[in-house]
Write a protein that binds this ligand. Structure first.
Ligand code: CU
Length: 350
């Protein structure tokens, strides 16, 4: 009896912990409160499969209970064996047929949804963005617009945005749980998907494919703004002057250090597509440092001083000069002044 009590207690604890952990979700990083087309499709599928699973569970439990009660050996029935039904054609057909029907009930909407999200019929009249996964950051190239960004993907609310998704190194997976489905970013081919966000806001994106030691830190943000703000952002981003003079002496020194240390060998400012590291245009309005830290100058200095301690295995570590704290501070000041647009994550109402 006590053995069963122990198991029951463990089960209750497990249920309790699951309930507590379920509250750890973030508002803009949840598939359970969809605010975009792909996420809504996924949610519908989750509800459908949950209903089917619960129904199957209840029916099996019901049949199990009936069998237990009805066919148990009763008093006076020594060596009782219930009627054996193996080889019963009707039963065989029923319990083979029902699972096949259930598979179809789930498979048909799933396949329709998968093809729908990959449909590119409207792509030529819409915003097209090439998304490239890298260890451990994301590059966004607004096709035909000469706009390159990284880590923050700006899109207009209520519009279909077509993504061509690929990888520069290993397999990654592009996922913005609150607004889109999930799709692999492969080195050998381009996968297409469109996303459509219903509400303005800043949504968290994650890499959903184990890609190296900093996989779990390969975050990005989708900044959903009004069409008007998006148009402003596009204009601002097209008119970036990478050579603009910083506002003060510290930032000017930072600019010189940035150039002297050949940071530009990997990081472009402006629309240059050649960079192998994250594009730093509009850096002052980034929602994070390195995709994961609060966008403060202190965090940027920490990142510049020792990127390996923040994102193990990142490419910057191996190609990096040793900077003094003062030098890192100057470069951080310079980057924090790369304010190329009036539109920022705050514009998205967050
Ligand atoms: Cu990853």
């Amino acid at each position: 009896m006590s053995r069963w009590m122990g198991k029951l207690k463990a089960l209750i604890m497990l249920g309790f912990v699951s309930l507590v952990l379920a509250a750890c979700g973030k508002e803009n990083l949840t598939a359970l409160d969809p605010k975009g087309y792909g996420a809504e499709e996924s949610m519908d599928m989750m509800i459908l499969s949950t209903i089917i699973m619960v129904a199957v569970f209840l029916v099996v439990m019901l049949v199990f209970t009936i069998a237990l009660v009805r066919f148990r050996q009763k008093k006076g029935q020594e060596d009782y064996i219930p009627k054996q039904v193996e080889g019963n054609h009707t039963l065989e057909i029923v319990w083979t047929g029902i699972p096949i029907i259930l598979v179809f009930v789930m498979a048909i909407p799933t396949v329709i949804s998968v093809f729908d999200l990959a449909d590119t019929t409207d792509a030529s009249n819409s915003l097209n963005i090439e998304v490239t996964g890298n260890q451990y950051w994301w590059h966004f190239d607004y096709k035909g617009q000469e706009i390159q960004t990284s880590q923050d993907l700006y899109i207009p609310v209520g519009e279909k945005v077509y993504l061509d998704i690929k990888s520069n190194d290993v397999i990654h997976s592009f996922w913005v749980p609150t607004i889109s489905g999930k799709i692999d970013a492969n080195p050998e081919n381009v996968n297409t998907m469109y996303i459509e966000a219903y509400e303005e806001g800043v949504y968290w994106g994650k890499c959903a494919e184990l890609c190296g030691p900093s996989h779990s830190l390969m975050d990005f943000k989708v900044v959903v703004v009004s069409q008007e703000e998006f148009d402003t952002w596009v204009e601002d981003m097209k008119n970036v002057d990478p050579e603009a003079t910083p506002q003060d002496a510290v930032a000017q020194e930072g600019k010189e250090l940035f150039e002297a240390n050949n940071c530009m060998g990997c990081h472009a400012i402006g629309s240059s597509p050649v960079a192998t590291g994250p594009n730093l245009t509009n850096y002052a309005n980034r929602s994070t440092v390195a995709g994961i830290l609060e966008p403060t100058k202190e965090n940027l200095v920490d990142w510049l001083m020792d990127p390996e301690s923040i994102k193990p295995g990142n490419l910057m570590t191996g190609n990096y000069p040793n900077l003094s704290e003062e030098e890192a501070n100057s470069i951080a000041e310079y980057l924090m002044q790369l304010d190329h647009s009036a539109v920022s994550p705050e514009s998205a109402g967050n």
